[in-house]
Design a protein around this ligand. Structure first.
Ligand code: NFS
Length: 661
């Protein structure tokens, strides 16, 4: 029998083999032992009250099965989906709230460890929020921006501030179906109320609430987080970095920042570069301090500073199994509690830093933005002091790949015309002419229940071969990065002829790393800019664009998927459907949602079928927009894309400065 591969990441597979030979369990072994409950995994289990849990099984469960209260399977399956979206929206939005309070603390002069890095972005957001910025101090503007965005969490009536950033037509659809979020916390609370026993029982109504709470994430929490993070730490532009387990250094202190919130990691970057710290590391026998990232904190610091990443969700235990990690600091979300037990088998110090996310067995050092540097120094000291305890054992692997990351909305606009003519025109033109067939957001988690990262790799390669421009975030980016896919050379070797030409002209990879999972909000603003540029759809719906989360597992992924659907993007998730038990719910989230919003939510375990459905959606949209029929290697007339030299030439000629950069 063929050997079953647990991870498509070759270095990961080597580490897994090493762990198995040493009888150390990882998520891959546990996934084998712990099969998903077939009732719960298809949405057919209701456990929201203690009369149950009730199971909705049997040949006619859809029509006949009833819970003790009389609830039907469609009610229960839709309620379960809504509960997942709430969890996801809460996670992203609570992260955003922390960012907003950090911005407020900076503006109020309560912390000297942070400052405002991107004043232009601050002004841009102030402009959107209708906050006056001319002739005012940066801190005064920042205070107003932070305060106004904090109001988005607790607003009881009205609309989220950023709803108006969406194309008018998209907003009209939301208004028609009553899903414009008021305040983030209000939508989360109301949705929790609706899913309590004996409240909302209409699947369609419950599912509209799923879209509403998810929009509060996308155009609320996530967008707030992205913008404030850019204001505080800089709007990303392309940087070179590396990805893979080979980023760890045998002769240096290896410290990993893992989780999602970037603030502490930003300060740790400053601290590891302090002369005294470097000298302290030397005094302990190390040649330096090597900082690496994991999951979405990795994406944040990779995009802004080129800090290398060891990978995504399924790689976190494997990093410790290398035996080279002296300390791993974690904050919130997607952190496996298994790390505590595992780190004890090695010398690794596991450090939790959020009062919201403690793990028995880990060291807790509470982060506080008012004392950020002091805390960062404590963590770096711990890592340095632990270097001497490193033992020989561990699965040392050396694979690492170059990565180009840092594609923000602003940079993508800039790269299409320089400071003077920054726009989305060339991208729209390339799509209209058929050089680029469509755009896919390849996002979301990696998953130990499939050959981990393998679905991302397969789809990324196939899509670019078919002239589809891929934008990636989260662990999808990590999967592509650790495969060596995030380089411009990838376009030369693997992209279809049209996409290759576009990538060569602009000098970009065919897969653009847009950041962490909260940065999926960048895809929303990019899609809006494309709609406003003209020539394609005049709303997000109807664009030749699809979202794919082939290895998703988290509630955040559901919230992201649903806000894309509500915004007008067909979304395809891998794996079995969490509402698969109900035909009615499945029909609503596909056909009914498509009719209303031009977005649909599919669940499809077979990657070949995901690819087929994606291309079908893209071609359908091209046809509906009356665009040139896509044929590989045959393009219509379009404007010439500017190369780097032409762009520089234009910039020399064109001061004053317009645009972000
Ligand atoms: Ni996104 Fe980032 Fe990864 Fe999935 Fe978790 S790290 S926020 S949820 S597992 S992509």
């Amino acid at each position: 029998m063929d050997k079953i591969v647990k991870s498509a990441n070759e270095a990961a597979e080597q580490i897994i083999e090493w762990s198995e030979s040493h009888e150390i369990d990882t998520c891959f072994d546990r996934a084998k032992k712990m099969k998903p409950c077939p009732i719960g995994s298809s949405g057919a289990c209701c456990r929201i009250c203690h009369v149950g849990p009730c199971r909705f099984v049997g040949p006619n469960a859809e029509e006949e099965a009833r819970g003790v209260c009389g609830a039907t399977l469609p009610t229960v399956a839709s309620r379960n989906l809504l509960r997942m979206a709430i969890g996801g929206a809460a996670a992203h939005s609570d992260h955003a709230r922390d960012m907003a309070f950090t911005l407020l603390a900076v503006a109020n002069g309560e912390t000297s460890d942070f400052s405002i890095t991107d004043v232009k972005k601050l002004y841009r957001i102030a402009g959107i929020l209708e906050i006056e910025f001319e002739g005012r101090t940066v801190n005064d503007v920042a205070r107003d921006v932070a305060t106004k965005l904090i109001e988005d969490f607790g607003r009881q009536k009205g609309e989220l501030n950023f709803i108006k950033r969406a194309p008018k037509k998209t907003q009209e659809r939301w208004k028609k179906w009553g899903i414009i979020p008021r305040g983030v916390d209000r939508e989360i609370t109301e949705s929790m109320h609706r899913t309590h026993i004996g409240v909302d029982h209409d699947p369609d109504n419950i599912l509209l609430s799923t879209l509403k709470v998810s929009l509060a994430d996308g155009w609320g929490g996530s967008m707030i987080s992205t913008d404030i993070t850019d204001i505080l730490f800089g709007t990303p532009k392309p940087v070179k970095a590396e990805a893979g387990f080979g980023i760890f250094k045998e002769d240096e202190v290896n410290l990993i920042v893992h989780g999602h919130e970037p603030s502490l990691a930003e300060i740790i970057i400053d601290v590891v570069n302090e002369k005294e710290m470097k000298e302290y590391a030397k005094s302990k026998g190390a040649n330096g301090i090597n900082l690496g990232g994991m999951c979405c904190t990795a994406n944040e610091v990779l995009m802004r500073h080129g800090i290398p990443t060891a990978g995504g969700f399924t790689n976190q235990e494997l990093a410790i199994l290398t035996g080279l990690v002296d300390a791993m600091t974690v904050d919130v979300q997607c952190i496996m509690p298994a790390l505590a037990e595992l780190s004890k088998k090695f010398h690794t110090k596991l450090i939790t830093t959020s009062y919201k996310a403690k793990i028995p067995g880990a060291i807790h050092i509470q982060y506080d933005e008012h004392r950020a540097k002091e805390i960062a120094r404590e963590i770096v000291n711990l890592a340095i002091e632990n270097y001497a305890n490193r033992k020989a054992e561990g699965s040392h692997v050396s694979d690492k790949f170059p990565v180009i990351a840092g594609f923000s909305h602003e940079y993508i606009e800039y790269m299409q015309g320089g400071s003077w003519r920054a726009s989305f025109r060339p991208l729209n033109d390339a799509i209209m002419a058929g050089r680029i067939r469509g755009v896919v957001g390849l996002v979301g988690c990696d998953n130990p229940r499939v050959p981990s990262q393998g679905l991302h790799r397969f789809l990324a390669l196939e899509l670019i071969k078919h002239d589809v421009l891929v934008v990636s975030t989260g662990c999808g980016s990590a999967a592509c990065g650790t495969a060596g896919y995030l380089t411009p050379e990838m376009a030369l070797e693997n992209a279809g002829p049209g996409l290759r030409e576009v990538c060569e002209a602009i000098g970009i990879p065919p897969i653009l790393h847009l950041g962490s999972c909260v940065d999926n909000s960048r895809i929303l603003t990019i899609a809006t800019a494309m709609a406003e540029e003209g020539g394609l759809s005049d709303e997000i719906g109807g664009m030749p664009a699809v979202g794919i989360a082939p290895e998703w597992m988290s509630e955040k992924a559901i919230a992201i998927g649903c806000y894309f659907v509500a915004s007008g993007v067909p979304v395809i998730f891998g794996g079995e459907s969490p509402v698969g038990a109900s035909e009615q719910v499945t029909r609503i989230i596909t056909e009914v949602w498509f009719e209303r919003f031009k977005g649909a939510l599919h669940f499809e375990p077979d990657p070949e079928k995901i690819l087929d459905l994606t291309l079908k959606y893209i071609d359908m949209a091209r046809e509906a927009l009356k665009l040139r029929k896509y044929e590989p290697g045959k393009f219509g007339a379009e404007r010439v894309l500017m190369d780097m030299a032409a762009r520089r030439e234009l910039e020399r000629a064109a001061k004053p400065h317009i645009g972000i950069y």
